[in-house]
Design a protein around this ligand. Structure first.
Ligand code: GLN
Length: 456
């Protein structure tokens, strides 16, 4: 399997999914897996995976697709990758992404964007694999690896999964340790698996999850055998359809995909109810205050001293010039935009008007979901994205807010800390994959995966 994947990867450079290949590590890990073959081999023994560049991997470049981390090789292993390797997984290399996971198209990467393996029928335009986990999505969709790690702060697992016809789950906040994952917005970031189908996602999630004393927000709860919960039986479950997700100007293909999902759930014996999540319209603005605020604080550590790259200094430059020059040339445009927005909304004069307001809105959004669940809803069904994959470069001159609109169905889930999954649910008229999203109760990823399994 490892050799087949390494060959496939070498033949797929045009996808620009892998930004750093690690064949020596892969072969060593595969040989170790071979030696462990047998009945008591661990769950992922010999399974080749790709790792998003946001995960610190010991001795292996981990750059978050940013220039500022040029040359950074961590001296430690993230908890997620350590657990995957302990479960027998093989690392094929590091995967492309938006810089510091900020973006929805993979176009903010210092490596240039990854490319979606899908094309519109009769049209050769190269399409985005989505973002920020675009390299992970492209690699899994193209069969370059059996699964990949992703991270999701505001949709970065679910949107690329939808754009490439694969399955991706963002677990409940706290289910998976964030230790050793380069931080974007710490109260929203969660890692999760991106895989070919629900079963693979269930197996991978079990290996990634669990309490970690190194992450104070990781939950001390047992991790169930998610795969064993995949019965496909959802009879008697209540599925909520939130009316606020029916947006003006939503393409009718997305509408009919959603209706089709509703029908499939009904046919499988679930009860469908219309619900209201009244604060949905404030989610995107709240997210784009909270996430940049936390990012501006997290990214303060890139100062030209502690990690990666330092700018060339001129005679007479002091420490202030070193910070300025390093950060000006090390961070790309989108990252600089986020740092500026974040610094602004946290500044003494605007803190209450923006950051505190956004936190209050966040609490209301969370309460909307809690009320729906308290009223007996087991899962909520929505489209994963407002459109299919768009063309690379198509948004280059657009207002950045156009790009942010891509996250309209996904950010609510991060603000509320809930688990959400995107499953492939058919093709649009041009033959591109579309995804449906299911949102579950906290800590009930097993149920959520099983509901998604019924949609598959
Ligand atoms: N597209 C969103 C953003 O740019 C989400 C990113 C993410 O989930 N990492 O912030």
């Amino acid at each position: 399997l490892t050799e087949a994947c390494l060959t496939a990867i070498d033949g797929a450079d045009a996808l620009n999914a892998f930004v750093h290949k690690t064949p020596e590590i892969a072969r060593q890990q595969a040989a170790a897996a071979d030696a462990r073959r047998g009945a008591d081999a661990p769950d992922l023994n010999g399974i080749p995976l790709g790792i998003k560049d946001l995960f610190c991997t010991k001795g292996v470049p981990s750059q978050a697709a940013s220039r500022i981390l040029d040359g950074f090789r961590p001296e430690y292993e993230s908890t997620v990758t350590r657990q995957l390797f302990e479960a027998g997984a093989v690392m094929l290399g590091k995967l492309n992404m938006d810089e510091f996971a900020m973006g929805s198209s993979n176009e903010t990467s210092v490596y240039g964007n990854a490319v979606n393996p899908w094309r519109r029928e009769g049209d050769d335009t190269a399409l985005t694999p989505g973002g920020s986990s675009g390299g992970s999505a492209a690699a899994v969709a193209a069969g370059l690896c059996l699964g990949a790690t992703g991270t999701d702060t505001g949709g970065s697992i679910r949107q690329p999964a939808a754009f490439t016809g694969i399955t991706g789950i963002k677990p409940t906040y706290g289910r998976v340790s964030r230790w050793g994952i380069i931080a974007f917005a710490s109260s929203l970031d969660q890692a999760g698996p991106m895989a070919r189908d629900v079963r693979d996602a269930a197996i991978l999630l079990r290996a990634m999850a669990g309490h970690d004393p190194l992450d104070s927000t990781s939950a001390d709860l047992p991790v169930p055998d998610f795969e064993a919960m995949l019965t496909g039986d959802i009879r008697g479950k209540t599925i909520g359809i939130p009316r606020e997700y029916r947006m003006d100007g939503m393409p009718d293909e997305i509408e009919s995909l959603w209706a089709e999902g509703r029908r499939m759930m009904e046919d499988a014996g679930a009860r469908i109810v219309d619900i209201s999540l009244p604060h949905t319209k404030y989610a995107l603005p709240a997210y784009y205050v909270v996430a940049p605020a936390e990012a501006s604080s997290n990214l303060a550590r890139y100062d030209g001293v502690r990690y990666g790259r330092r700018a060339k200094l001129a005679q007479g430059d002091g420490i202030a010039e070193m910070y300025e020059k390093t950060r000006a040339e090390g961070f790309g445009d989108e990252v600089q935009r986020r740092v500026m927005i974040g610094t602004y909304v946290l500044s003494a004069g605007f803190y209450d008007a923006y950051y505190n307001r956004a936190r209050k809105v966040r609490a209301l959004i969370k309460r909307d979901f809690e009320e729906a669940f308290a009223n007996g809803v087991d899962a909520i069904l929505t489209p994963a994205t407002p459109s299919a994959a768009f063309g690379l470069g198509e948004m280059a001159d657009a207002d950045p807010v156009q790009m942010y609109l891509n996250d309209v169905f996904t950010v609510t889930v991060n603000l509320a800390g809930l688990p959400g999954i995107s499953v492939p649910a058919g093709l649009d008229r041009q033959g591109l994959p579309l995804g449906l999203q299911l949102i579950g109760r906290p800590w009930e990823e097993g149920d959520l995966l099983n509901t998604a399994y019924a949609l598959e």
